[in-house]
Every structure is written in structure tokens, then in C-alpha cells.
Design a protein around this ligand. Structure first.
Ligand code: ADP
Length: 439
């Protein structure tokens, strides 16, 4: 079976968030299950790796014949293809987004015509249009329902040459995600709980009825972790490596982290690694941060995003230089050192389709304090591997931290480290869906 994955980002080429982790590890896990995997991405300028030129593909876009250069690479038994539809396209999600990803999808559909393959697996709205146009059956995975690929019908018709039909229209505008949900053989999302949540008005972001209408072919499949990339026993970024049998060694990472950040060495650290957006709930943390500090902890945050949140946390770091450290950057090394050095990991998401960070934290023996939603509720066992709190509010966050501090952390850390977050069983679930889709 040969499955072609379509997505906007994938490790080791380009990463903005968890989607890149998934596309960097799921195809390899599928290859291990005997499924041939190809991953197709736009060729962004930000991709620094040397790629092999593989010719070009012709496609139609905005009423004219176009040519996209095709590049290739191979890693971990997976084939990668990069379609260069716009040489000025720097990085994922750079505007004009809808136009650029539509163009990518049209090029993909033309390119697929010349490729032997059995199935298309499209990820998020950036690959949604290809689901409608693909000649082979398609599986569509929702990683984040908040972004749906919405554009005016006139613009859509001009760019694609297709008059939008009822399947594509939602509230008078073209909604690419809706089109893919209705056209795919299977719709999946990245945790069972989120699969249920998105069928309700609270989480459905306007597509709850569409999702309810496909409920028999809607599934939640948890994301797995790349257990090699995230392994405290071999992590090259940690001052001190450790495993569940030598958890006491982890303390040295805390000492090193707090020393570098000039935080109070006598207090435990609550860490976080995150995009700073409304989804992630860090505005709630900001509301109660002085009261969290009063509980006797340091706070270490690595994250970029909304300017107001970045300003807010920078201000807190100035006000509490011995207790709060904030770095507004994307920093892989710092991320590893927080997972390996913090005592607890905070994830107060308003919604969370799956979430990888909490699984990484558990793998590193750093119990998560997480909101009871989506994939967080499916992966964190309250009082066993971490703490789940219900309320999306400053008080909720505070209650979560307080409760964690009342528990004995070590058994939670140990339990988290023994959980299996590997792709194996989850990849096998995808294989079963692929087989059903082909039947
Ligand atoms: P999302 O995909 O919504 O951003 P996930 O928890 O699924 O959230 O995945 C986030 C991934 O991105 C994790 O691997 C996390 O470590 C990483 N990450 C997020 N922000 C940063 C950052 N500022 N620096 C380094 N890694 C980050």
C-alpha cells in the first residue's frame, strides 16, 4: 500500500508546531508497518536542506498554465517531495495563505496523476482541496479545526476555475475544510475526546453539524511521539541524561536550568513550551502568575506568538527576575532543557486536539498540569501521571498548580515515564482505516 501524505509542515524540513512532529514521525511509523509513505510539502524558502531536483509538473491556476519545480529527498524510509509553486514563499502560513495553499493543492493533484499510489492522506485545510480533487480515496485528518481555509466564492472560482458547490460553501463563503470533511472516506482527528468535542457547538467552530453528519466515518486517533527524538536517556541537549530507574539524576538538569536562568535554586520549576495563542490559555496564566509564584515555584516559559502575551510575560520576568524566566523564541535546545529540567509542565489549553508537549513532558518525568480537554484528557491520567483541571480560567490554572504541589511528584513522574506514547499502535489504527477506505 502506498500512501501519499499532504501537509504544510514536516520535520526535519520545516516546523511551526506539532503538525511538523506528526508528519516527521507518522510516515516513518507507517513504513515500519509495511505501508509505503510519501510526504508532499510546498517548497518554502525556509527549507534549508539540500534537495534533489526532480523535474517539474504542469498545472492550471488562476486561468493560466503553470509549472512547479519538483524537489525530492528521502529519510528514514520515507520519500519526500516538495512542489515549488511560488518561489517567494518563505515559510508555512505566510500570506496570502488561501491562495498559496490552493495553488499547492492544484499542483499536487496534477503531480499525483503521474504517480502510482493507492491513497491520499491529507492533513488540515492546507491540503483539503486535494481531497475533493484526488483520483484515489482520501483520508482527511483534522489537527486544528480553528483554521478552515475560508475564502470568497469569487476568489475561489477565479483561482481554481471551479464554481463552488454546496459541499464547499458554508455561510456564503468557500470553506475548504468542510469540502474535505464531506469528500473523504475517513475523517480523523488526533484524539478520541476531540473527535467527540468537535461535534458540539462549543468546539465545532461552525462545522459541528457537518461533523455530526459524517460521524460514522469520523474517528479519533491519538498522535504518537517520536520516542527516539524525545528520549531523556539519550538526549544530547540535556546536561544530565536519565531514565525511570535513575530519576534522581534529573535533578541536575533542574539545577543547571535554574542556574542558567538565574532563578531561585531552592524552589521547584513549573515549565512550559508553547505557541502563545488564545488556544493555549497562557493569558489565564498571566492573570494569576503572581499568585502561582506565591505557592513557592519558579516559572520558566519558552514561547512565541501574540505580541500582547509576549509583552506580558517579558514584564513578569522583569518584575520577578529571580522567579520568572521568559524567552520569546523558537528554541529546540531550550525546549529539551525545559522538558528535562522542570519539575512540572503547564498546559492550560482552552482546546487541544491532541497535544504533544504533555506527552513529551511525561516521557521526561515532568508531570503535566493540564486542562481537562481534548487530547490532554485522553493522555494525562489525573492524579496518576499528572493533574487535570476543569476550568479555563485563572482560578482553574491556580487550582491545578496548587493541587499538583499537594501531590507527591515522584510517583507521577515515574508513572508518566512508563507510559507508551509510541506511534506503533496508533500507526496500526491508521493502517486499519486505510484498508477500510480502500475496500
Ligand atoms: P501545537 O501543535 O498546537 O503547537 P503540540 O503540543 O501538539 O502543540 O506541539 C508543539 C510542539 O512544538 C512541541 O514539540 C513543542 O516542544 C514545540 N514547540 C512549541 N513552541 C516551541 C518553542 N518556542 N521552541 C521550541 N519548540 C517549541
Amino acid at each position: 500500500m502506498h500512501v501519499v501524505h499532504l501537509a504544510a509542515e514536516a520535520l526535519p524540513y520545516v516546523k511551526v508546531g506539532g503538525l511538523a512532529d506528526v508528519l516527521g514521525s507518522l510516515p516513518r511509523a507507517l513504513a515500519a508497518e509495511g505501508v509505503r509513505a510519501t510526504v508532499v510539502l510546498p517548497r518554502y524558502r525556509a527549507i534549508a536542506r539540500a534537495l534533489e531536483p526532480l523535474g517539474e509538473v504542469r498545472y492550471r491556476f488562476a486561468g493560466a498554465e503553470r509549472t512547479a519545480r519538483v524537489w525530492g529527498d528521502e529519510a528514514g524510509g520515507v520519500q519526500y517531495r516538495f512542489l515549488e509553486v511560488d518561489p517567494d514563499w518563505d515559510a508555512p502560513y505566510a500570506p496570502p495563505e488561501a491562495e498559496r495553499y490552493l495553488r499547492f493543492n492544484l499542483a499536487v493533484v496534477a503531480w499525483l496523476e503521474g504517480q502510482a499510489h493507492d491513497l491520499v492522506h491529507a492533513h488540515d485545510w492546507h491540503a483539503a482541496y486535494a481531497v475533493r480533487r484526488a483520483a484515489r480515496p482520501a483520508v482527511f485528518t483534522i489537527h486544528n479545526l480553528a483554521f478552515q481555509g475560508v475564502l470568497e466564492p469569487e476568489a475561489f472560482a477565479r483561482l481554481t476555475g471551479e464554481a463552488p458547490d454546496a459541499e464547499l460553501l458554508e455561510g456564503g463563503r468557500v470553506n475548504l475544510m468542510k469540502g474535505a470533511i464531506l469528500a473523504a472516506r475517513w475523517v480523523t482527528t488526533v484524539s478520541p475526546r476531540y473527535a467527540r468535542e468537535i461535534q458540539t457547538p462549543e468546539f465545532g467552530i461552525g462545522l459541528e453539524e457537518v461533523l455530526r453528519s459524517v460521524a460514522p466515518r469520523l474517528r479519533g486517533v491519538l498522535n504518537g511521539l517520536d520516542m527516539d527524538a524525545w528520549n531523556p536517556a539519550t538526549d544530547p541537549h540535556l546536561p544530565q541524561r536519565y531514565d525511570a530507574d535513575h530519576l534522581e539524576r534529573k535533578r541536575r538538569n533542574r539545577v543547571a536550568l535554574l542556574a542558567v536562568l538565574r532563578l531561585d535554586p531552592g524552589l521547584p520549576a513549573v515549565g512550559a513550551v508553547t505557541r502563545l495563542t488564545w488556544q493555549k490559555g497562557f493569558d489565564l496564566v498571566l492573570e494569576v502568575l503572581p499568585r502561582i509564584l506565591d505557592l513557592g515555584v519558579n516559572f520558566v516559559l519558552l514561547g512565541t506568538g501574540e505580541a500582547e502575551l509576549e509583552r506580558g510575560f517579558a514584564e513578569m520576568a522583569r518584575r520577578y527576575p529571580r522567579r520568572v524566566a521568559f524567552r520569546a523564541a523558537f528554541d529546540e535546545v531550550r525546549a529539551h532543557r525545559i522538558y528535562g529540567g522542570a519539575d512540572y509542565f503547564l498546559m492550560p489549553s482552552r482546546y487541544e486536539p491532541c497535544g504533544l508537549a504533555q506527552m513529551i513532558a511525561m516521557r521526561y518525568g515532568t508531570p503535566p498540569i493540564a486542562r481537562a480537554t481534548g487530547g490532554l484528557a485522553d493522555t494525562v491520567e489525573d492524579g496518576v501521571t499528572g493533574v487535570l483541571f476543569e476550568e479555563a480560567s485563572g482560578e482553574g490554572v491556580l487550582a491545578g498548580v496548587r493541587r499538583m504541589l499537594e501531590l507527591e511528584a515522584e510517583p507521577l513522574a515515574r508513572a508518566g515515564m512508563t507510559r507508551d506514547f509510541s506511534w506503533g499502535p496508533r500507526a496500526r489504527e491508521y493502517v486499519r482505516l486505510y484498508e477500510e477506505a480502500l475496500r
